[in-house]
Design a protein around this ligand. Sequence first.
Ligand SMILES: NC(=O)c1ccc[n+]([C@@H]2O[C@H](COP(=O)([O-])OP(=O)(O)OC[C@H]3O[C@@H](n4cnc5c(N)ncnc54)[C@H](O)[C@@H]3O)[C@@H](O)[C@H]2O)c1
Length: 472
Amino acid sequence: MKTNRRHFIKQITAGGIGLGFIPGLHAEGSISDKFEVLSKGTGRKQYFNMCGYRAPKLDIVRVGFIGIGNRGYSNLNQMTFLDGVQIKAVCDIVQFRIDNVQQLLVKQGLPEAQVYTGSEDAWRRVCENPDIDLISIAVPRGPLHARISVYAMECGKHVAVEVPAIATVDEAWEVVETSEKTKKHCYMMENCCYDFFELLTLNMARQGFLGDIIHADAAYIHHQSIYEKTKDNNMWRLEESRRHNGNLYPTHGLGPVCQVMDINRGDKLDYMTSMSSNDFMLGKKVSELAKDDLFYKKYDTGSYRGNINTSIIRTEKGRTIMLQHDITSPRVYSRIHMISGANGAAQKYPLPARISLGSQWLDDEEMKKVNDRYMPEIVKRIGDMAQKVGGHGGMDFLMTWRLIDCLRNGLPMDIDVYDAAAWSVIIPLSEKSVSNRSKPVEIPDFTRGAWRTNKPVDLSLTEGNTTTVRRS
Ligand SMILES: NC(=O)c1ccc[n+]([C@@H]2O[C@H](COP(=O)([O-])OP(=O)(O)OC[C@H]3O[C@@H](n4cnc5c(N)ncnc54)[C@H](O)[C@@H]3O)[C@@H](O)[C@H]2O)c1
């Protein structure tokens, strides 16, 4: 305890640097090194390194939205608060979704958007529109995320795609290589990376408070009734649970801990093993519903994914991550977010979030000191506004503000195409491991060796920070 207390006092009183790149943390390599490295076993060569890439600045970011259901509507609403954004076009196959968005724009005193609808591939015409800079994608996950992302980048657009960015290993490579060839960003909208405690722990890890990071527990535990009919009877979540058995939604838990571990930027995910329980709930529930409602007959197949999936990942530098997925059990919401370091640990769930430097949690007074000392600048500057706007407690607004500010100021993306691929590829790889009695599977190095010299995410706000709020 005495050593821990000394560590606490030393850390809390030390003059610190912001949430950014720590010189010397990762050895610099020459640019040519990066391009010559071939990924182990894949024989693939990096065309261009998109990590740290600064695209030409965009004074105004003109956005086209594809898929404006729950998430697309919310993402669009966040952008109506910002200067330097024009909502140019919207695309959906369901008319009431389009009406909702146009009403929102009118209510906010903004011009109505151009509408693309009428067919399953109307999205192609949005991507081809020369007056658009950024395509925001929030259609149901599956093959459409990668298909639209690739086409949009080929049409010269940056992409902001909902989680998960890809559904198969081949899609992951295609998205990565297209981003490199076109030099267009493929940003994955992993909003949990912008939640306040996740940003706090990222900053604490960077500044050495937690010591060497050894292990993290992460999860998506969210009790959902995915068998309930939606407004448009689109049961894609139920369908997904029928077709796939693994971790179907890894990025909310994994993204923030990968940033803490500098994955793709100093370390990389190496291999994983995954195990699923049987299904004890979904099949039974759907069978019950099918007795009284013909609508459910086609879903009453009796085979659904296991209710709880647990994966373990090892990184190249020998750290470990436990990652869980459970959306059926009657459990309290949790992404766990437990980071274990040589000097201390942080754990977000069950709330309240806490920090320990030994066998006891820090008390309220000590937690306040940690918050004051380590809460990053982005939260200090934009946090109040973000909480006012809402969207998962403010993290959605922080993410949207940051995405637009990076594009307007030509800054590198906090979440680049390699992160999008590595965090999302857990879906097909967990499925593969589960179907092979949990045999380990290699996680591809999408950076093809560049992880050794790529710099960690820099959220210090020493650059940019010019995007203002047009309404509050
Ligand atoms: N980041 C988060 O917190 C978060 C939360 C929920 C969902 N998501 C992700 O967002 C995505 C969308 O989820 P959602 O809850 O908004 O689903 P949703 O079903 O509410 O919305 C999807 C929309 O896409 C439209 N659509 C379907 N096919 C289309 C096509 N071919 N062309 C144009 N539009 C099409 C649908 O009509 C619907 O309006 C998913 O990938 C999901 O994983 C992320």
